[in-house]
Design a protein around this ligand. Structure first.
Ligand code: 3AM
Length: 188
């Protein structure tokens, strides 16, 4: 077995509820982009809190203990959808996302995770955390009409977040496949 096969590609995130997943699966039917775009599989839709990259399997246990101790200090909260946007800009879009608003609880938890994992040598995120669900990736920077897309779709979803997930991402020619390695329940 090669070294690459031994490692697990990990990230910490939040699952998207089925109701919102179903709504989001309709975005691609409304989008009229001419640029080449790869849509995220409905099952893979998630909110990333921290990307960890390739990790040794033996790291999963100490990582999980640390995450558990962080999550134990936080309570469940609600997230609300905002609008569809793009990174880095609509003129040169690489990523299409749905924005989320989570008030202080999401930001405080994400900040604690970011800070807590610096103990393991992970760099702290310098950019401001911008909660989003990635919907699609453009193969090349594309100019897109976000107003048209947002006007054709109305997202007004509010959902409860009761847990945080340690995901494993497996990359293949067919795209990424995410599976739940561990689930950490927030306090009610
Ligand atoms: O949920 P989003 O799309 O924000 O882009 C990847 C995805 O984020 C990101 O981790 C999430 C789960 O795959 N990601 C992938 N490679 C990355 C890297 N090298 C990365 N984030 C930072 N550095």
């Amino acid at each position: 077995m090669s070294v690459a096969e031994e490692k697990k590609r990990l990230f910490i995130g939040i699952r998207v509820p089925d109701t919102l997943r179903d709504e989001l699966s309709k975005v691609k039917d409304k989008a009229t982009f001419t640029a080449a775009v790869r849509w995220v599989e409905t099952n893979n839709l998630h909110l990333t809190l921290k990307f960890l990259g390739d990790c040794k399997p033996s790291f999963v246990e100490p990582l999980s203990q640390k995450l558990q101790s962080i999550i134990n200090k936080h309570h469940s909260f609600y997230l609300e959808t905002t609008v569809i946007g793009s990174f880095p800009s609509p003129k040169r879009a690489r990523i299409l996302w749905l924005g989320l608003r989570g008030g202080g609880r999401l930001i405080s938890m994400q900040n604690d995770i970011d800070e807590g994992l610096s103990e393991f040598g992970y760099e702290r995120e310098e950019r401001e955390y911008h909660p989003h669900i990635t919907l699609a990736r453009f193969k090349r920077p594309a100019k897109i009409d976000l107003d048209k897309l947002n006007n054709s779709l109305i997202f007004n979803e509010r959902f409860k977040v009761g847990s945080v997930v340690l995901f494993e991402s497996r990359l293949s020619k067919g795209g990424a496949e995410y599976s739940i390695l561990k689930l950490f329940s927030l306090n009610p």
